[in-house]
Design a protein around this ligand. Structure first.
Ligand code: GAL
Length: 431
C-alpha cells in the first residue's frame, strides 16, 4: 500500500535552519512508485498547531508578508468554523516540487487554523487509482473533497458520485469538465502569455519548439493557447502551428509535442529529437513548466546550446530559478502555490459548512496572487462549453530582473537562486 504520511512527519521534523520547512519531505517523487494502491492518511490538525506555529516562527520570524512566517487567520483567510470537519485531498501525484512544498503546506496552514481533519491520498499518476482513492476518501467521512485530477475527464464519475452524496468537490489547479466541481486555479492562459511574451522579446523571429504538458491535463492547452495568442499577435502571424500555414510569419514552429505526465526525462528525449531533426537550428523553446524545462536545458547543454537558446518555464522550482540567474532559462512564471493551497482549504471549509458554489468568497489577503476578478466566485466558461463557478489566482513572471520577488516572498533562499557562476552585475538579486 502506498503511504502518504505527510504533515505529521514533516511538521514534527521542521529543523529551525530550514526556512521553508520543506527539507527532504518536499521530494516525494521516489516515495512510492513501486507500491500498489494508496491508503488514506488521517491527520487531526489542531493537535499540531502549537508545534507548527513554533516551527514556522523559528523559520521565518515576523509577519513580513513573507510566506515562511506563522500565517495569521487574516493572512490565511481562515474564516473559522472548521472544527469537526474532515477534508479529503486526492493528489494525482507529488512528482513536481510544488505539490508537497507549497500546495499541501498552504492547505495544512489553514486546516491547522480551522481544526480540520485532513485526509489525503496519492494516486501515483494513475487514473484507476485516483478513482479508488476518491471512493476511499468518501468512505472515510470526507465532508468536502479537493481533487488534483490526473485526467480531467476520466475523473468525472468519481466527482459525480461525491456530488450525488452531497459532498462538495473542488477541482484543484486543473479543470474538471463539470459544474459539479468548484474550479480553483491560476490564470493558466495568462501563464502561457507571460511565457511567450518574455521569449518573443528575446527572439522576435526564428525557429521555435513547443514542449507542452500532459494531454489529459486541461492546463496543457490553456498554456499553449496563451502562447499562441501572444506570438501571433506580436509577430503578426495567422498561426504558429506545426504545419506553419503562414509563409510570411517570422516565427517557424519546428517542433511541438505533449509530454506524458509533464515528465522532465520525456521532455528531454523529445527535445533531443527536435534538435536532431533541425540540425540544432532551434532559436527558442517554449517549455510549459519547470520540470520539463530542466530536461530541455539538459538536451541543449549536450549540444553546447544552453544559455544561447532562450527557454521558458513555470512553477518557480528552485533549480529553475537558479537557471534564471545563470542565464540558462529566460523566464519562470511563478504561481504562489502556497496561496492556492490556502485558498483551497478556505473554500473547502466554506463548502463543507453549507456555502453554495456561487456564494464562495475569499476573506484572506493573498497579495500579488489575489484573483484579478476580486474575492467572489466567478462564472468560468470551459472549453467543453460548461459554465462552472471559479476562483482564479494571478501568476507572476520571473526573470533575472526580479528574482528578489521570490526570495523576499520566502519561496526560495538567495543561496538556492544564486549558487554557481552567476553574473551578479546582470542579476540584482545576487549582487
Ligand atoms: C499543471 C500545473 C503546473 C505543473 C504541472 C505538472 O497542471 O498547473 O504547475 O507543474 O501540472 O504537475
Amino acid at each position: 500500500m502506498s503511504q502518504v504520511t505527510i504533515a505529521h512527519r514533516r511538521r514534527k521534523s521542521l529543523p529551525p535552519g530550514d526556512p521553508h520547512g520543506y527539507g527532504e519531505a518536499a521530494d516525494r517523487s521516489d516515495r512510492h512508485p513501486e507500491e500498489e494502491g494508496s491508503s488514506v492518511t488521517k491527520r487531526r490538525m489542531w493537535v499540531l498547531l502549537p508545534i507548527v506555529a513554533l516551527g514556522l516562527a523559528a523559520c521565518g520570524g515576523g509577519d513580513d508578508g513573507g510566506d515562511e512566517g506563522a500565517a495569521t487567520p487574516e493572512e490565511t483567510g481562515a474564516a473559522g468554523g472548521g472544527e469537526g470537519l474532515t477534508v479529503g485531498v486526492s493528489w494525482n501525484n507529488f512528482n513536481e516540487e510544488r505539490w508537497a512544498k507549497a500546495d499541501e503546506r498552504g492547505m495544512l496552514d489553514v486546516f491547522g487554523e480551522e481544526g480540520v481533519e485532513y485526509i489525503s491520498t496519492d494516486a501515483g499518476s494513475s487514473v484507476e487509482q485516483q478513482a479508488t482513492d476518491i471512493e476511499n476518501l468518501i468512505s472515510q467521512g470526507a465532508d468536502a473533497l479537493i481533487v488534483l485530477a490526473q485526467d480531467g475527464t476520466a475523473v468525472l464519475p468519481s466527482v459525480e458520485a461525491a456530488a450525488d452524496q452531497g459532498i462538495p468537490v473542488i477541482a484543484y489547479d486543473r479543470l474538471i469538465e463539470t459544474d459539479k466541481a468548484f474550479y480553483l486555479t491560476f490564470d493558466n492562459v495568462e501563464v502561457g502569455r507571460m511565457q511567450a511574451r518574455a521569449i518573443y522579446d528575446l527572439v522576435p523571429e526564428g525557429n521555435y519548439v513547443f514542449i507542452k504538458g500532459n494531454s489529459a491535463d486541461a492546463n496543457a492547452d490553456f498554456l499553449r493557447s496563451g502562447q499562441e495568442e501572444v506570438l501571433t499577435e506580436l509577430a503578426g502571424c495567422e498561426a504558429i502551428t506545426p504545419d506553419n500555414p503562414d509563409p510570411n510569419c517570422p516565427i517557424k514552429n519546428v517542433g511541438e509535442s505533449y509530454t506524458d505526465n509533464w515528465a522532465g526525462e520525456v521532455a528531454q528525449q523529445n527535445m533531443e529529437q527536435f534538435l536532431t531533426q533541425n540540425n540544432n537550428d532551434v532559436d527558442a523553446v517554449i517549455s510549459s513548466n519547470d520540470g520539463m524545462a530542466l530536461g530541455v536545458i539538459a538536451a541543449l547543454e549536450a549540444q553546447g546550446l544552453a544559455g544561447s537558446v532562450p527557454v521558458s518555464g513555470q512553477d518557480g522550482d528552485a533549480a529553475n530559478l537558479n537557471n534564471i540567474a545563470l542565464g540558462n532559462q529566460a523566464v519562470d512564471v511563478w504561481k504562489n502555490a502556497l496561496e492556492l493551497g490556502r485558498v483551497a482549504a478556505d473554500i473547502a471549509v466554506q463548502l463543507a459548512g453549507g456555502t453554495t458554489f456561487e456564494e464562495v468568497s475569499l476573506t484572506g489577503d493573498y497579495g500579488d496572487s489575489a484573483p484579478a476578478a476580486g474575492p467572489d466566485a466567478q462564472p468560468f466558461e470551459t472549453p467543453g462549453g460548461t459554465t462552472v463557478w471559479s476562483i482564479i489566482l494571478t501568476p507572476i513572471p520571473i526573470t533575472q530582473d526580479n528574482l528578489d520577488v521570490v526570495i523576499d516572498a520566502g519561496w526560495v533562499t538567495q543561496d538556492e537562486v544564486c549558487q554557481g557562476d552567476v553574473d551578479t552585475a546582470a542579476v540584482p538579486a545576487c549582487a
